[in-house]
Design a protein around this ligand. Structure first.
Ligand code: GLC
Length: 404
């Protein structure tokens, strides 16, 4: 533990306050908005983060966070990345449908459910959630991988959760130096395409944007393995075996189709063209235990601990300093995001790299102490950027308790 008990108490209380202030209730459901002003809706992976944090503080509220998410699951199993609980908001139409968006986000929900279950062993909750998980992961496995190559595609950069990451510049046809407006316009154009495709991902959207992202698939791999444990706990033996196999398949496919010289790169198109942009996604496979111990060591010494790459005064920058796209104050183009720190820290702990994991936590604490619960941070100065009262900083609660 690299953090003293008074800091732990202080940050836990501050986190609880942000989550409580951002909590909303509607139509018998409860959810948490990422930021009251900038992001006043419900988001898929954000709610999974909230549930993971709340599993430590209030499992009952954590469960409500996931139950509100699945209440808007589509008939085909997809869970939308945004839910607009309040009617009549202008944004309703921007993402293709009324009341929800028409795309998804990284499939973190099985893990969030498992973290809650780990705290209170409430099997009834798992039972209630399981059919939703079953249909959601089957949707990802079938609709996003129609050729059964064991890698899931995303149909819009926003499905990665890293809206304008340079990993998507080439598949979007955008230059390295671009404005937020240009990026947003081309991402919204994809939504128009999705509408004209009548929301058909595998046979229509693949002609416009069909990227296999590294974190999305690493998250899928880890969540399928967790889903296998959930199925086992509920005595669904066949499902449990199948999801464990699916997880293994994703891990093997990532090694086969994304890896080159020990590094994993996102691909686009039907022929798996690699996009060699250096972002934190280099470390994401560690979250799912995909690299060998030796490969992981090289990733950390060559990149995470390298001052010309990712070792900035405040870590972990979302893009390497050495990449042409690096912009330390840019939205997902170099700035530090606490969810990234959370993924990287879990990966490091998985490989027993306690010292590096402690550095990620120390930096997270330093950022929160210096700048509060901001959306993202400058890797050189630690200055807070973007939205205020942003919930991702509360992941520090999980980080402070994950190696107990
Ligand atoms: C931004 C982030 C995305 C997040 C959303 C709500 O769009 O890029 O990952 O889900 O804000 O916080």
């Amino acid at each position: 533990m690299s953090i003293d008990s008074s800091s732990k108490r202080r940050l836990t209380e501050a986190s609880l306050e942000v989550l409580s202030k951002n909590r909303r209730a509607k139509d018998g459901f409860q959810y948490t908005v990422p930021s009251p002003t900038a992001y006043p809706y419900q988001w898929l992976w954000d709610s999974c983060f909230h549930a993971i944090v709340l599993s430590h503080l209030s499992p009952a509220d954590a469960k409500k966070e996931l139950l509100s998410l699945v209440s808007k699951q589509f008939d085909n199993g997809m869970i939308p990345h945004m839910i607009y609980w309040e009617k009549g908001e202008v944004i309703n139409f921007k993402w293709g449908k009324e009341h929800t968006s028409s795309i998804t986000q990284p499939p973190m929900i099985a893990l969030a459910a498992w973290e809650i279950y780990g705290k209170d062993k409430d099997k009834e909750f798992l039972k209630k959630l399981y059919p939703h998980l079953y249909h959601f992961y089957n949707y990802i496995l079938n609709e996003r991988d129609p050729r059964r190559h064991h890698l899931a595609s995303i149909i819009n950069p926003d499905e990665s959760g890293e809206d304008n990451s340079p990993r998507f510049d080439t598949p979007l046809g955008l230059p390295t130096k671009q404005t937020i407006k240009e990026s947003l316009e081309s991402r919204l154009e994809l939504v128009e395409k999705l509408k004209s495709c009548d929301f058909d991902a595998p046979f229509c959207m693949k002609h416009f944007f069909w990227a296999k992202d590294v974190p999305f698939n690493a998250i899928l791999c880890e969540n399928l393995s967790v889903l296998s444990k959930i199925a086992d706990e509920l005595a669904f033996k066949e499902d449990s075996i199948r999801y464990a196999e699916e997880s293994l398949h994703v891990s093997r496919a990532m090694r086969e189709l994304m890896m080159e010289d020990g590094l994993f790169w996102p691909t686009y198109g039907e022929n798996y063209v690699k996009t060699k942009v250096k972002t934190w996604a280099l470390f994401a496979p560690m979250f799912a235990g995909i690299p060998t111990a030796d490969e992981a060591k090289k990733l950390v010494s060559g990149f995470l601990d390298n001052p010309s790459e990712f070792k900035t005064p405040y870590i972990v920058p979302s893009v390497s300093k050495s990449d042409p796209a690096y912009d330390p104050a840019g939205f997902w183009r170099g700035s530090v995001w606490i969810a990234v720190n959370w993924f990287v820290r879990r990966g490091l702990l998985r490989y027993g790299m306690k010292e590096q994991a402690a550095r990620v936590l120390d930096s997270t604490v330093a950022l929160l102490d210096k700048s509060g619960f901001r959306e993202y941070f400058h890797p050189d100065t630690g200055a807070g950027l973007g939205a205020e009262n942003f919930t991702w900083g509360t992941l520090v609660v999980d980080m402070m308790n994950d190696d107990d």
